[in-house]
Ligand binder design. Structure first.
Ligand SMILES: [Zn+2]
Length: 443
């Protein structure tokens, strides 16, 4: 069993089952629907085997106010506390997604010249004033909310490159601010689970040189686990993973190998991308290499592919020795209640065939994060995963294979329970076929 089976939100409305059109990413509106869908997702996570969830944006996205206590209105504070109570009742611990020196400090950087370096989104790491602000934010979160731990992230918005900071390598720079913040949290409350996600540590394709591993090891002394997500590539060379893990003082993990990350404004019924065979293989390999932590991407569980990926992932993390087919069968049994073994086998085949259909033709999207459309923007935007990631011939083949699934789904009617789920599969396949046509006509 993986020691740390963490669901990764990422942002609170990534789990929202209705899109929020025209809202810029990351949309952190916290209303009735956001709260209800988040709690529903937490219950699915618990039932699937996850023991914790990382969420960004419950308190703020980019805007800690210079008067910190004015950041979160009272009504929002009450909602956050209700969500925490619901999670704890379900047995899921919540890790607050905390930007380290960045993500949240824009207003403070604007107002306080003492923290300002070369990056408007990241405080200068060479200034005492920056450390003071970081500690104030930690104090505020620790004192006001019953979070069970922190997902620390220093590297997603870039770093300071002033003359004092510039000489440090990225591995040194980011590890230093993460370690310092983790050590401070530990000194305030040793009961909190602490992890760092290395998102953005290095440019795609680069790996941390072995001479720089010492920085990660030193940081690891202050953490429970370190996540090398693998958005495009891993920061620790997978060929040297075992050796790296052997020296790391905390657990090591990834984000499950492959995942889809739709912005909150993207229609929830517009893609059908189960990836249980790929993530299953990755999780078995990572465990064999000594990985004991995973931060596994969530999404809107009203999308039938997302729902199955989540239900599968939690089970695989709970027992990586189980075969992927067996787990998928169990997941589909519980969600779709097939009436007999032939219906169960056909349902499994449909999910596996949908996965193969995409990954056979989605060149360059075999590992890491799949963006369905541009992350930033107010309009839905084009389905880039069907444009940039596929050739015209690949699109036609993917479309043909998806089309063939539709009558097979139809023939399952009356042979499964599972409420509206079959209709949702049909809707998601139809949504993908419409996007394939759009992508084709756009050239
Ligand atoms: Zn600096």
């Amino acid at each position: 069993m993986y020691t740390y089976r963490t669901a990764q939100g990422v942002w609170l409305n990534d789990m929202c089952n209705r899109a929020r059109p025209a809202r810029q990413w990351p949309d952190v509106t916290l209303d009735d629907r956001a709260e209800a869908d988040l709690v529903a997702s937490i219950r699915l996570q618990a039932a699937s085997g996850f023991d914790s969830l990382t969420i960004f944006g419950l308190l703020t996205a980019r805007d800690w106010m210079p008067r910190l206590e004015t950041t979160v209105p009272a009504a929002r504070r009450r909602r956050v506390r209700r969500i925490l109570d619901a999670a704890h009742e379900a047995g899921v611990r919540i890790f607050y997604g905390l930007g380290v020196y960045s993500w949240g400090f824009d207003r403070i950087i604007e107002k306080d010249a003492a923290v300002r370096g070369t990056n408007p989104h990241a405080m200068c790491a060479a200034r005492d004033a920056s450390r003071t602000w970081m500690r104030r934010v930690v104090d505020y979160v620790l004192e006001g909310y019953d979070f069970d731990g922190f997902h620390l992230e220093a590297s997603d918005q870039g770093r300071c490159a002033c003359p004092d900071c510039a000489p440090r390598s990225n591995a040194d720079y980011y590890s230093r601010v993460n370690a310092e913040t983790a050590a401070y949290i530990r000194s305030c409350d040793p009961s909190k689970t602490l992890m760092v996600n290395m998102c953005g540590y290095l440019h795609t394709g680069r790996t941390v040189p072995e001479g720089d591993w010492q920085h990660l090891y030193e940081m690891g002394r202050h953490l429970d686990f370190l996540v090398d997500a693998g958005h495009r590539s891993f920061h620790v060379d997978p060929a040297r993973r075992r050796a790296f893990i052997a020296g790391l003082p905390c657990a090591y993990g990834t984000s499950g190998g492959v995942w889809v990350y739709p912005p909150q404004r993207w229609n929830r019924g517009r893609w059908f991308l189960p990836y249980t065979q790929r993530t299953g293989q990755h999780l078995a390999q990572l465990y064999a290499d000594g990985g004991r932590a995973v931060e596994y991407y969530m999404g809107p569980s009203s999308n039938p592919g997302v729902e199955v990926n989540i239900a599968f992932g939690g089970r695989k993390l709970s027992d990586p020795s189980r075969t992927d087919d067996e787990i998928l069968g169990e997941v589909l049994q519980s969600l779709y209640e097939p009436r007999d073994s032939r219906a169960a086998a056909e349902l499994t085949a449909i999910f596996e065939d949908a996965e193969e259909a995409f990954f056979t033709h989605g060149q360059g999207q075999q590992q890491g994060e799949i963006h369905l459309c541009p992350l930033i923007g107010h309009t839905a935007g084009p389905p880039i995963y069907l444009r940039n990631g596929m050739t015209p011939a690949g699109r036609r083949a993917y479309g043909r294979q998806l089309s063939r699934l539709l009558p097979r789904v139809r023939r399952l009617q009356g042979r499964v329970g599972g409420g509206p789920r079959l209709a949702r599969i049909t809707r998601c396949i139809a949504g993908t076929l419409a996007d394939l046509e759009r992508a084709a006509s756009a050239g």
